[in-house]
Design a protein around this ligand. Structure first.
Ligand code: GAR
Length: 189
């Protein structure tokens, strides 16, 4: 059984979707969710779904080996960032080379980088009158949103679309594709 650990910072709709998808799988399961936000809705979702979840602070994450030690003992085949907003420390990446992936709600390299997350991305897309946007699933490296791209899916942006309309389209793409891409990656390991 392949082991998935998810990092999330907020609502956790992607985390929930991944957990449910792999609850029906014989090959992989989400064994743990880690969050930097002790008030994140993702913690409630995990409780309902019976998945172990932990919150941590910045010292535990990037100024000590506390989170790294948690990961060492969970021993994941894949670490999935699903709406996780802190930069991933290099010393953790070094120990999990090519095993950390992220989902970004735009067609990278457009609309990536520090501060580009959630609704900020969709507002920028609408403000710039982009005719299309989409999702990108990519490996994580030491720079925000710059690792090698694994998968992209696109959707149209109509001139009348609001940022909320775009968010709804992106949500649909994420729900459809993210678990399948994770499954495919794990099958190639
Ligand atoms: C998702 O749309 C994800 O792509 C985005 O945050 C949302 C989290 O939603 N991630 C980023 O913007 C990362 N830069 P969720 O908490 O409901 O899964």
């Amino acid at each position: 059984m392949k082991r998935i650990v998810i990092f999330a910072s907020g609502s956790g709709s992607n985390a929930e979707n991944l957990i449910k998808f792999f609850q029906n799988s014989d090959n992989a399961s989400v064994i743990q969710v880690l969050t930097n936000n002790p008030h994140a809705k993702v913690l409630e979702r995990c409780k309902k779904l019976n998945v172990s979840a932990l919150s941590f602070n910045r010292i535990a994450f990037s100024e000590s080996e506390d989170v790294l030690n948690i990961l060492r003992s969970s021993n994941p085949d894949l670490i999935v960032l699903a709406g996780f907003l802190w930069k991933f420390p290099e010393f953790i990446l070094n120990e999990f080379e090519n095993k950390v992936i992220n989902i970004h709600p735009a067609l990278l390299p457009k609309y990536g980088g520090k501060g580009m997350y959630g609704m900020h991305v969709h507002h920028a897309v609408v403000d710039n009158k982009e005719p299309e946007t989409g999702i990108t699933i990519h490996y994580v490296n030491e720079n925000y949103d710059e690792g090698a791209i694994i998968f992209q899916a696109k959707c149209d942006v109509k001139p009348s679309d609001s940022a909320e309309d775009v968010a709804a389209k992106i949500h649909e793409l994420e729900m459809e594709h993210f678990p399948k891409v994770v499954e495919r990656l794990l099958n190639n390991f």
